[in-house]
Design a protein. Structure first.
Lengths: 253, 253
């Protein structure tokens, strides 16, 4: 039987790796790295750092393939994502079929946690549902950007006894649901930043969390939004990519 | 200057501890352990295991004090919590004032992550706001029960591009907000389990996540709810305490 590990390596800081992940890294024979357009070099470097730092026996293999790119011209967001997942499923299937021998362990290193806004698990489920390939798989959780954001800003995610809502920039544009006063926003291309500008909210923003390039900005949304948008533009230009997350909190009434 | 570390040690499994937490554990001179009623022995044991397993120089001290208990007879939930935090702030203040010398590092080991449904950070903020004590502090994120639940059930927390709502049993009784189809429920005394029983939802339930006693149950809520309630009752009787978490997911329309 082949085995596939989906290892959450945390959000940016190699120290976010858990002992469980270190054990999993040491169990793997092959690592599958997918390039991801512009983020490519920095991300692949962090994956390499994690392997080099934590794996004791250096006899592992790394198989690197170009990752598919989501078509921004798809008729709607979800159909674009589904097509992208199908493409990934074909690539992952070939990798597992061709690059992994029976009894071997292959690993995908996932930024943050495989359970939160990551497609690897869905793609693996899709391959297994097709039935052409058989393998075991395991998921190793990792520290998410949400947790890095809270720790670095030294804030609690939830008000006492209240919910935490984790959402996307796209969904934030539709407003927050009823009775939700705190939201963490991920996957925002910047367009969600002003969605609640007319309300009395605080923002806790972070980019490149956990890395030496980390930037934190916090305060009233109206006071900070320009600084954040400037930082987003300048940093994206400088590094070629940006990854940011923020928490919005309504001022208690 | 004194320094206080709030170290997330993850939810149950000592392997959930991160490298960052291991470094923080090794930086601490004193660990403050608060007993917590019935959970006392098992929880204190896990904290001890984490110290013993990961700290290289065994010259650290452990200071153990009885933790205050939240008054279930308080006029309402939040005022009960506030009173409980004030009591904790007094205890923590004395610990930091009396048990920590200048230049020393004290640590609180927090189950899961200090940013999610944990009072330690709020209590520390309260002490600093009072201004009588000065110290630095840092937060080290940890794997939450939410992430352990998702990893063990091998599920994604979010539907594609959709939000994740993390809430409490108490709040679930008021129903889910608009447009929220997935919710993770924490701090439920069991009363929230039937809140959505009349709707078409799946449940992914877990107790004692990450520990050798871990129990997982999943399926349609109507089919599973009795088994879950029986397991809750039996296990609480057997171990003297229960800690469980679950994800509810509306069947896609």
């Amino acid at each position: 039987m082949k085995k596939v590990l989906l290892i959450g390596i945390g959000a940016g800081n190699p120290d976010y790796v858990t002992i469980q992940a270190v054990k999993a890294l040491n169990e793997a024979d092959v690592f599958f790295f997918l390039d991801k357009g512009e983020e490519k070099e920095d991300l692949a470097n962090l994956r390499r750092t994690v392997c080099e730092r934590y794996i004791e026996d250096k006899s592992y293999r790394i198989v690197e393939v170009p990752g598919p790119v989501r078509d921004p011209g798809a008729p709607d967001y979800k159909s674009g994502v589904h097509a992208w997942h199908r493409e990934k499923a074909q690539i992952f299937s070939s990798l597992i079929a061709d690059e992994l021998k029976d009894g071997e362990v292959g690993a995908f290193l996932v930024w943050g946690d495989p359970s939160l806004y990551d497609s690897t698990l869905r793609v693996i489920d899709q391959i297994l549902a097709q039935g052409a390939l058989a393998f075991e798989y395991e998921i190793i959780p990792g520290i998410t950007a949400v947790q890095a954001l809270a720790a670095e800003h030294k804030i609690a995610l939830n008000p006492i006894g209240e919910p935490v809502h984790i959402t996307t920039g796209r969904r934030l544009l539709e407003g927050l649901p009823d009775k939700v006063d705190t939201a963490v926003v991920m996957l925002d291309n910047g367009s969600g930043l002003r969605a609640l500008i007319d309300e009395d909210v605080e923002i806790f923003w972070g980019a490149y969390l956990g890395t030496p390039d980390q930037i934190l900005i916090s305060g009233k949304l109206t006071d900070c939004v320009d600084a954040i948008q400037t930082a987003r533009t300048e940093e994206r230009e400088r590094k070629g990519w940006i990854m940011d997350t923020y928490l919005l909190r309504r001022t208690p009434r």
